[in-house]
Every structure is written in structure tokens, then in C-alpha cells.
Design a protein around this ligand. Structure first.
Ligand SMILES: Nc1ncnc2c1ncn2[C@@H]1O[C@H](COP(=O)(O)OP(=O)(O)OP(=O)(O)O)[C@@H](O)[C@H]1O
Ligand SMILES: [Mg+2]
Length: 193
């Protein structure tokens, strides 16, 4: 089972989502959980080097070939972090995906890049967006949720903006983040209900 975390847009929460989804997978009892870091920036690999999480194995696979090969070898649960703006890696990874998670932010400028990302995913593959660093109770967030619903794009999660989630490898994973991403994982695993 490979879940790809991707967006053509940079800085939206792909690496953060990949780490939390992997940790949520461990908590759900998946063994082994493999985090494939297909981004040459290797942010999630570095994160787990600084703060290793029991049960997660990291594979650095910073090319299309390495990433697809690593995905073919996954046993248990594989979570794939991808680089921003790399259509080739994204396209080959989503072709092998069992589900695709697309992190995004609330706000109009995001929509076109997400729609372009959605266009790369083969029709039968389940996909959903995750609104990252969401400011709960704001009009922006409400508007974003309404817009995606209108587009019939599934929203698999809304992750609140939290210092504890932004802290990255400097701190322990946030309980609230783990709970939010557990919902995302359950939807990625079972499809939209
Ligand atoms: N729920 C959240 N609350 C607060 N900050 C967040 C949250 N999710 C992500 N961030 C912050 O947003 C920034 C971008 O996140 P991240 O590095 O995961 O994005 P990315 O899509 O992997 O970026 P890149 O395209 O550079 O690989 C980081 O500073 C991260 O800490
Ligand atoms: Mg990243």
C-alpha cells in the first residue's frame, strides 16, 4: 500500500503531512511503515534523522527511478514525500499510488496548482486534499471548504495551524496533529465514505 503525498506547489505541508501520516500508520499498527523521501531537499529524511520515530524506516529516493523502485518494494504501508513542482516524479509516483494525499492551504491562489496536481492522477486512484495550517473559524477556511465541495474534491482533513506542528524535528510530534492525520490516513486507506 503506497500513499503519495504530493502537490506541484511548494511549502504547503507535504513533508509535515508525510511524517505525521507515517506516525499515524505506526499507531494504527502498520508494520513496517516506510517513508520514501523522493525530494532531493530530503526534509522528511532529515527530520527523522534528528528525531527518529520507532517503527518508521526512511528511504531516500531523490529521483523518479529510485522513487518508483522503492515504491515497488514496499511491504506494509509506504508513505511517499515528493518534491514541489516536479511533474515527472509526481506523475510516475501517482501512477503507482493506492491513494494520493494533496496538502494545500486555504486561499484562492492555491486552487489552480491543486487542480493541476489532480489532473496528473489516474482516474481510479482515490485522492483527497488536506487543508494544512488551517485557521479555524476564519472566512478563508470556510470559503476554501465550500469551494472544494463544489468542485467535488474530497477533503480528507483540516489540520489546524499549531506551533507544535510547525516545530518540526525540534520537538515531539503533536498529539493534535497525530489525531488530525489519523483521520486523513483512515480516508486514504478506505476511500471516501
Ligand atoms: N498544521 C501546521 N501548523 C503550523 N505550521 C505548519 C503546519 N503544517 C505545516 N506547517 C509549516 O509549513 C511550512 C511548510 O511545510 P512543509 O515543509 O511540510 O511543506 P512542503 O510542502 O513539504 O514544502 P516543500 O515544497 O519545500 O517541500 C513548514 O514551516 C511547516 O512547519
Ligand atoms: Mg517538503
Amino acid at each position: 500500500m503506497n500513499i503519495i503525498v504530493t502537490s506541484l506547489k511548494g511549502g504547503v505541508g507535504k513533508s509535515t503531512s508525510s511524517i505525521y501520516l507515517s506516525a499515524a500508520g505506526v499507531e494504527r499498527g502498520y508494520d513496517p511503515v516506510t517513508l520514501i523521501d523522493a525530494d532531493p531537499q530530503a526534509s522528511s529524511a532529515e527530520w527523522l534523522e534528528l528525531w527518529p520515530l520507532p517503527g518508521i524506516t526512511v528511504i531516500e529516493a531523490p529521483s523518479e527511478r529510485m522513487a518508483t523502485r522503492a515504491m515497488g518494494r514496499v511491504e506494509g504501508l509506504g508513505i511517499v514525500d515528493t518534491p514541489p513542482g516536479n511533474e515527472r516524479i509526481t506523475q510516475s509516483a501517482v501512477a503507482l499510488a493506492d491513494a494520493v494525499v494533496i496538502p494545500t492551504r486555504a486561499g484562492g491562489v492555491e486552487y489552480s496548482r491543486v487542480l493541476a496536481t489532480l489532473d496528473l492522477i489516474p482516474t481510479p486512484v482515490p485522492r483527497g486534499i488536506v487543508i494544512c495550517a488551517a485557521r479555524l473559524g476564519t472566512n478563508d477556511l470556510e470559503a476554501a471548504i465550500a469551494w472544494w465541495k463544489e468542485q467535488k474534491v474530497e477533503i480528507w482533513g483540516v489540520i489546524p495551524e499549531r506551533v507544535g506542528i510547525a516545530a518540526g524535528p525540534e520537538a515531539r510530534l503533536s498529539r493534535e496533529g497525530l489525531e488530525g492525520y489519523d483521520v486523513v490516513l483512515s480516508r486514504a486507506l478506505r476511500g471516501w465514505r
